[in-house]
Every structure is written in structure tokens, then in C-alpha cells.
Design a protein around this ligand. Structure first.
Ligand SMILES: Cc1cc2nc3c(=O)[nH]c(=O)nc-3n(C[C@H](O)[C@H](O)[C@H](O)COP(=O)(O)O)c2cc1C
Length: 133
């Protein structure tokens, strides 16, 4: 059974850009090796993530991530079975100040939501929009 979990969180205050980029790179490397798809974004002190894959693996990974001291205020947006095929790979991005306000970028991420049922997709798309723009 494929399963997806999404959350938003707050980065620990004194994390450097290098440390943040390290988290993004590590998660991309680990997830690509394990057939976990989804998206991890960092913007202005916050993370937004969707992870999708084998249910047991995803639940375990989420618990590990939740306990990671490099962020706090982890708020789960949803945990759901996925009926459609998985996301198109795994991607992580650091959204810098000058890259914000880009609707092209938003569209780029919205296709990661296509696998979700409509109400969930709409709710998460709004959160994503608020996160990026
Ligand atoms: C915001 C955030 C997102 C993370 N996302 C992932 C992820 O998608 N995949 C992953 O393997 N580790 C991710 N990590 C790192 C994990 O918390 C953990 O450090 C890593 O899985 C190694 O765990 P281990 O030392 O128990 O093997 C993330 C950490 C943070 C702070």
C-alpha cells in the first residue's frame, strides 16, 4: 500500500543556509535510494514536505523526521493512502527571497499534488501557495 504524509514545520533558529541545504540534499539522496517520492521545500524559516512510499516505511520515516532537533512545531497536514501512481520522483528546493513570488515555480510544485484526492489536493495547494508566494 502506498501512503503519503505531509507536514509543515519551523526550522531551528540558528540553522545556517549550509545546514539547511545539507538537510535538503540528504533527504533527496536517501529518498531516491528508497523509492520514496515527494517534495521538501524550505522558505523563510519553514519547511513544507510531502513523503510518499510504502506505508510502513513512510510512517517510520515521519517519526524519525518529527524527532529531528533541526526543526520543531511539526504540524501534520495529512496522512493518507494513495490510490494513484506515486509522485514524479523526489525533489527538494531552497526557496530564496528573490525566487519567491514566482507563479511558474508554484506550478512546478503543484503537479506533485496530482496524486491526491480533490479535497486534499485543494487544501494542500492553498497551503503551498501561502508557503511560496
Ligand atoms: C525538515 C527535515 C526533513 C527531512 N526529510 C527527510 C527525508 O525526506 N528523508 C530522510 O531520509 N531524512 C530526512 N530528514 C532527516 C531525518 O530526520 C534523519 O536525520 C535521517 O533520516 C537519518 O536518520 P538516521 O540517523 O536514524 O538514519 C529530514 C530532516 C529534517 C529536519
Amino acid at each position: 500500500m502506498r501512503y503519503a504524509i505531509s507536514y509543515v514545520s519551523t526550522a531551528k533558529k540558528n540553522l545556517s543556509e549550509t545546514e539547511i541545504r545539507q538537510i535538503l540534499n540528504d533527504s533527496e539522496n536517501n529518498n531516491n535510494k528508497q523509492n520514496i517520492t515527494g517534495l521538501l521545500l524550505y522558505s523563510e524559516g519553514n519547511f513544507f514536505q510531502i513523503i510518499e512510499g510504502d506505508q510502513k516505511q513512510i510512517v517510520q520515516l515521519y517519526e524519525t523526521i518529527e524527532d529531528d532537533s533541526r526543526h520543531f512545531n511539526v504540524i501534520k497536514l495529512f496522512g493518507k493512502e494513495i490510490n494513484k501512481e506515486s509522485f514524479d520522483g523526489y525533489k527538494s528546493d531552497f526557496i530564496s527571497e528573490d525566487a519567491r513570488y514566482s507563479s511558474a515555480r508554484l506550478q512546478n510544485y503543484e503537479h506533485y499534488l496530482e496524486v491526491l484526492d480533490k479535497p486534499t489536493k485543494n487544501a494542500v495547494a492553498n497551503i503551498l501557495k501561502a508557503f511560496i508566494v
